[in-house]
Design a protein around this ligand. Sequence first.
Ligand code: BGC
Length: 382
Amino acid sequence: MKLFTRQRGSFTLMSGVLLLTLILAGCGSANTGTTTGSGTPAATTAASTNGKGCTKVGVLLPETATSARWDGKDKPYLTTDIQAISGVTVDYYNAQGVSATQQNQADQALTKGDCILVVAPNDSAAAAAIVTKAKASGVPVIAYDRIIQSKDLNYYVSFDNQKVGQLQGQYILDHYKDYVKGAGKNNISLINGSQTDQNAILFNKGVEETLKPLIDNKTLNKVYDQFTPNWDNPTAQTEMEGVLTKNANNVQIAYVANDGMASTVIAALKAQHLNGKVLVTGQDATDAGIHNILTGDQSMTVYKAILKEAQATADIVKALHDGTTPTTTGTSLTSDGGSIPSVLEAPVAVDKTNIVATVVKDNYIDKATVCAGLAAGTGGVC
Ligand code: BGC
């Protein structure tokens, strides 16, 4: 499999054993909220598609079980923001983790006359077929959160996904000393997301490159590093149980790609009375993830302001509907050589020290859910 991606100045070719990163001169570090690019809105890649005057938008999300975000945030925000455009309605579909279902749903949407598609692919490569069909119907496609590997893709809206992995890795760099107790007590396990999701590959790339010096000099000893098909949360628990058994419970750091899988990993740790004693990472700042941070069972998560991601998507829909050129802030490359005008928002690391300043301030979490069973005053949140 070849994966060819550029995000915010890093230009990466991954082909089996080959992994090449060129940081383009002058693009700066990946720490700010803006993406690469000259600031000049890029043109769409497929001139035949437009969406002008379109009032029926198909929104296709990939699944609900892998993260609370899809139903809890993306669906309501996208629907509300797109329907705020005068006269525009949304047809919503969820593929429940099956690519073939998503393809059928895209066919249905096109048959119904949806004239702009917003697609978070279940499988970044398989969904190229959706773009091909949409293009044949003159329908522009905006890839949402996960890129679609097609040069005919019109737009991409997401976060800087490699940066997400870097933030997770940086947290481990900054805190491993609280858990690692020297040689023989320095084991790290990595439970990654689904390999068919290009984001999961970028998260893994970000964390691996950040931890490489510590692994190379044997400060950390990697005992496990696997992708988890379909981001399946119960599978992550089985993985962690296996890691604990194989290492006689001698694990100090559990890198876990998102909060959904972190919850089940914590269940595996609890069964061995190890919860709170192992550094556990996550992503999505879900209510369950923030709860687990407040109890001390999870160490950090990554907050991605989905409100901004959905709004940026709705802004592109509106521009297409109005017949103007959408404003984008950079480009992302696809595996077939496409250069896709993109908007990539900035992710933020969250631990117990900044829950209030981030997800509470933004009203992102449901306090009643987060604080269920916790004493009043916990973490300054409850
Ligand atoms: C998203 C994450 C999510 C994961 C599993 C990724 O593509 O970026 O936010 O946790 O999929 O649903």
